[in-house]
Design a protein around this ligand. Structure first.
Ligand SMILES: *Cc1c(COP(=O)(O)O)cnc(C)c1O
Length: 421
């Protein structure tokens, strides 16, 4: 905690909250599949003086002076982003994944146009047109789903039929709670057939793609990818849009991000993105990405052996969606709470065709990106899954407290690393 000496002196309230959160992160196990731990280098960039600078516009075309260093920062971030995904263009300014998606919609569609995306109850994200979002009032969202919830197979025939009938401008392939790989080629072919842009929202799996543990949608003809930078990619909280080769599309995206949607870019965040992209370009990141997937499979095996139904039958990526209500008679909400007491953080989640309400659904969603960053391997992952099962099955104080001790010991023997290079 010597990083916060000024906060400690000047604002003890906030200092106390940061200290509490830091302790929580150190002592607990983070299983929320959209979270990770960044390097100290990334954190230093986030705290740097770059936050003082206004850089509206793009490198070489700014609205204000004094950009000799910010231009270099952004250009380097763009170069590395392109390299990571094999893309010709990258926009690294989106402040988050939601902003990236909204800018993408604005770039490729007019109000009232149709977009075909994954059904929200089958794994799609809020920003894919959930009725509570403003964007759902502007564009017409239509849906595809899984054909078989037990295997995760997408109903590609229905997807094609809907695409032919609804003539979407964009087909959006991506998810926050789907544990399998999409068949990118099939979706790209359908997009081509109906004259739609094929866009992948890889917010959750960008790190797995960059690390070679999952297929790159660009290798199957996708036009654009939107992503967050803070989930499996292990960078600062932020977003990005990469375009494979279409210059016209890339230009539209740049205009949509700024001035269309956002104001001045967060240069400290862009510097941190550049640092994390460099980390993700190291050979060690390939090992990390592979381990994330191995560890998730190991946890799924334990859950399967324990008789827990998992949506899609298991996992091929970093996350698991388990029907704890159907299998163990505990709601997602109660499961989240009791595991929290044991020091294991994850989230309740709706499962496909859930019989319960969204605020207290049947499922829990958890994953391995953060644990794997801490150095957990297959054995430790299995051990965590066993602890979870034990708590969810027995639900008594003695079991919870025993699990909490085991979690503390595991966390203590696997400190959060400071550097990845
Ligand atoms: C997390 C996520 C987003 C949104 O990212 P934020 O940075 O939280 O705005 C968008 N799409 C998908 C698929 C996601 O999982």
């Amino acid at each position: 905690m010597d990083y916060y000496t000024h906060i400690q002196k000047e604002d003890p309230d906030i200092y106390g909250f940061i200290e509490g959160e830091e302790k929580r992160q150190i002592e607990g196990l983070e299983l929320i599949p959209s979270e990770n731990y960044v390097s100290l280098a990334v954190r230093e960039a986030m705290a740097s003086t770059l936050t003082n600078k206004y850089s509206e516009g793009y490198p070489g075309k700014r609205y204000y002076g004094g950009q000799e260093f910010t231009d270099k920062v952004e250009l380097l971030a763009i170069e590395r982003a392109k390299q990571l995904f094999g893309a010709k263009y990258a926009n690294v300014q989106p402040l988050g994944g939601a902003n990236a998606n909204i800018a993408l919609y604005m770039a490729l569609m007019e109000p009232g146009d149709t977009i075909l995306g994954m059904d929200l109850s089958h794994g799609g994200h809020l920003t894919h047109g959930h009725p509570v979002t403003y964007i759902s009032k502007i564009f017409n969202f239509v849906r595809y789903k899984m054909k078989n919830i037990e295997t995760g197979e997408i109903d590609y025939d229905a997807l094609r039929e809907t695409a032919k009938k609804e003539k979407p401008k964009v087909i959006l392939a991506g998810f926050s709670a789907y544990p399998r790989e999409l068949e990118w080629q099939k979706i790209a072919d359908i997009a081509k057939e109906v004259g739609a842009y094929a866009v992948a929202d890889v917010a959750h799996i960008a790190g797995l793609i960059a690390g070679g543990a999952q297929k790159n949608p660009f290798d199957y003809g996708f036009d654009v990818m939107t992503t967050t930078t803070h989930k499996t990619l292990r960078g600062p909280r932020g977003g990005m849009i990469v375009t494979r080769e279409n210059e016209e599309v890339a230009k539209k995206i740049d205009k949509a991000v700024f001035p269309g949607l956002q104001g001045g870019p967060h240069m400290h965040q862009i510097a941190a993105k550049a640092i994390s992209f460099r980390e993700a370009l190291q050979p060690s990141f390939k090992t990390y990405a592979a381990k994330v997937v191995q560890n998730a499979s190991a946890m799924a095996e334990v859950f399967k052996a324990g008789g827990v139904r998992m949506i899609t039958g298991g996992t091929s990526n970093h996350l698991i969606l388990a029907d704890v209500f159907g299998s163990l008679g505990i709601s997602g909400q109660d499961a989240e709470k009791i595991l929290d007491e044991a020091g294991i953080t994850l989230n309740k989640n709706t499962i496909a065709d859930d019989v319960r309400k969204p605020m207290d659904p049947s499922g829990i969603r958890f994953g391995t990106p953060a644990m794997t960053t801490r150095g957990f391997g297959v054995e430790e992952s299995k051990q965590v899954a066993e602890l979870m099962l034990d708590v969810l099955q027995k639900r008594d104080a003695a079991t919870v407290s025993k699990a909490r001790e085991a979690v503390k010991a595991l966390a203590a023997s696997h400190p959060i690393p400071e550097s990845f290079v």
